[in-house]
Design a binder for this molecule. Structure first.
Ligand SMILES: NC(=O)c1ccc[n+]([C@@H]2O[C@H](COP(=O)([O-])OP(=O)(O)OC[C@H]3O[C@@H](n4cnc5c(N)ncnc54)[C@H](OP(=O)(O)O)[C@@H]3O)[C@@H](O)[C@H]2O)c1
Length: 236
């Protein structure tokens, strides 16, 4: 690694995480995580990024893999930790079985708690910042009970860490609105004509990066930049 700041992005093999990685690779040295084998996703990732295979459905093993890979690479500082990996199912509560609920809570909530805990020394060394990727559905949404609950938990985690780490490590949670990624199909969401109004993954990543430079605890991304400019007359 070199003198550039370092960012770790989880769930960087697809959608918003991959778009964030491609944009941030211009400025940051990147550590990217995903659950696939490196050979299955290396061609899509930005050149020069370090890839760590870590499946968050086993949070403890995944976090140990990531920490070991960082130490092996000689990394001791982390400027940005972007906790983006996420999963969930589009199903009414009586259709979600315990394996689906367990996976959703492990990937979206237990793994972020553990990962932030293990990254404290790296973040502290850089005066870095954790950015959690939540969802507008954290306030509750029909047919996404475990997913919404896991993201509401993530918002609670962000608020807690923000108070606990004040002056040491920055904490932020950004709640994306609907975005065209592979997530909807994986979750069993039927889609439909509304999808054409969704953000693109690149558009959402740009909004997240813009908000990441601010110091607000939480922000929601619902309006495309063009609409926002039209409504507010502001360019940032
Ligand atoms: N798309 C939306 O409308 C929307 C709206 C609000 C919030 N979000 C949030 O945005 C984040 C990114 O989602 P996305 O829309 O970009 O979805 P996506 O394209 O499905 O990307 C999700 C990423 O998380 C990874 N992931 C899933 N399960 C994992 C596991 N068990 N272990 C490790 N990695 C795992 C995926 O790996 P694979 O590539 O192997 O599947 C992928 O890299 C999520 O936290 C999601 O909740 C999305």
């Amino acid at each position: 690694m070199n003198d550039r700041p370092t960012a770790l992005i989880t769930g960087a093999t697809s959608g918003i995480g991959l778009a964030l990685a491609r944009i941030l690779s211009i400025e940051y040295s990147l550590v990217l995580t995903g659950r696939r084998e490196a050979s299955e996703c290396a061609d899509e990732l930005p050149p020069g990024a370090q890839y760590v295979k870590a499946d968050f459905s086993d949070p403890q093993a995944a976090v140990a893999e990531i920490e070991a890979a960082m130490r092996t690479a000689g990394l001791s500082r982390l400027d940005r930790l972007i906790i983006n990996a996420g999963t969930g199912y589009y199903a009414p509560v009586d259709r979600e079985d315990s394996a689906m609920i367990r996976e959703t809570l492990d990937v979206n909530l237990a793994a972020p708690v553990l990962l932030t805990r293990h990254m404290v020394p790296f973040l502290e060394a850089a005066g870095g910042k954790v950015v959690f990727i939540g969802t507008v559905a954290h306030r509750g949404s029909p047919n996404m009970p475990a997913y919404s609950a896991s993201k509401a938990g993530l918002a609670g985690l962000a608020r807690s860490l923000r108070s606990e780490w004040e002056g040491r490590i920055g904490v932020q949670i950004i709640h994306p609105g609907p975005t065209r990624t592979a997530m909807h199909k994986k979750a069993g969401y039927p889609g439909g004509s509304l999808e054409r109004f969704f953000f693109s993954a690149d558009g959402m990543a740009e909004e997240i990066i813009r908000l990441m430079e601010r110091d607000r605890l939480q922000a929601t991304v619902m309006l495309r930049a063009g609409f926002r400019r039209l409504l507010t007359g502001k360019w940032s």
